[in-house]
Design a protein around this ligand. Sequence first.
Ligand code: UDP
Length: 387
Amino acid sequence: MHNINKKKKEYDYLIVGAGLYGATFAYLATKAGKRCLVIDRRPHTGGNIFCEEIEGINVHKYGAHIFHTSDKEVWDFVNSIVPFNRYTNCPVAKAPDGKLYNLPFNMNTFYQMWGVTTPEEAINKLDAQRHDALLSMRREGVTEPRNLEEKALSLVGRDIYENLIKYYTQKQWGRPCTELPAFIINRLPVRLTFDNNYFKDSYQGIPIGGYNRLIEGLLEGIDVQTHIDFNDIKDKWRDIAAKLVYTGPLDEYFDFESGRLEWRTVRFETEVKNTPNWQGNAVINYTDHITPFTRIIEHKHFESFGDEVYQNPKTVISREYSTEFKPGMEPYYPVNDSKNNELAEKYRAKAKEEKDVIFGGRLADYRYYDMAPVVAQAISIAATELT
Ligand code: UDP
């Protein structure tokens, strides 16, 4: 790293992590006249939104990312860097019975599951299903859902839980639904309209030309060094910059002194197929317990604005396998069960005491964030920090 010993405090901010939080903060700080150095230990910038071009298709290397928000400021901000298309996420689930169901749970799903054709019929069916579930919970003395399973049963009943939630969730988190926090499925709405749009937000899309354009736009003109592990320069960061913005894993910053936080990580098997359209949708979830992967992503559909992508005779798919994180792997999802949350709280309290250090983003907060809240968080921290 060429700058380190050259001049004392050459930078106002050393930003650890070139993901969405780090890049947004660096962009705003630079605009405010601050000097920033962004480092990342991976060979590329972008964190988990990094895309690799294969057969002319932007492949979401670290899993499907669909930007969605109702925050106009955030939407306008990202669109000022790169225009977004209007991709609408409508995932489909392949259930244990081998049939396809629309997600999120809506009139299409209820029709496919029970043959009901009107909202009234669907309400009656859902009510009956919920009633049965609540009765059996009450028999066990449960009045308020205590975990994801009980929450799901009280929301949609047993048919939908068993076919579309239980095994997908267990595969994704590697834990039974009875040991998972209920909030994880808050993002799955229940609708009485024939509306397959997964997200309720006002704005939704993918950067035209891919996510790398967003990150490159944010980091344009800013000093960035990849292949730099913060651990190797931890002791001397104050020689480089006045302040630190840390977006790496929270426990790692403190050398795991109180123990390790658990994460889920994802492994992808990516394959090129000699067909212009392999599964007809960007996301198909496998909600059964026999298929070992959780979903298959067909990347070109994210860019299916107009029909140009289907003129490409090839397509790229990724099978997504969820696994427990081990040191050396990339952490993806924080496991927000009570044990891990308690440990994270301990670290968060310590983080608050750190002088001249800002912690931000999914890894440093140990929170299951979508992209838009990460951008919003960086905008808001920058607003207080840079005024
Ligand atoms: N989920 C589910 N069945 C599905 C899709 C999602 O039960 O077909 C539940 C599951 O508990 C999962 C959560 O919803 O952990 C969030 O899933 P989503 O695919 O939205 O998460 P992402 O991985 O995209 O952040």
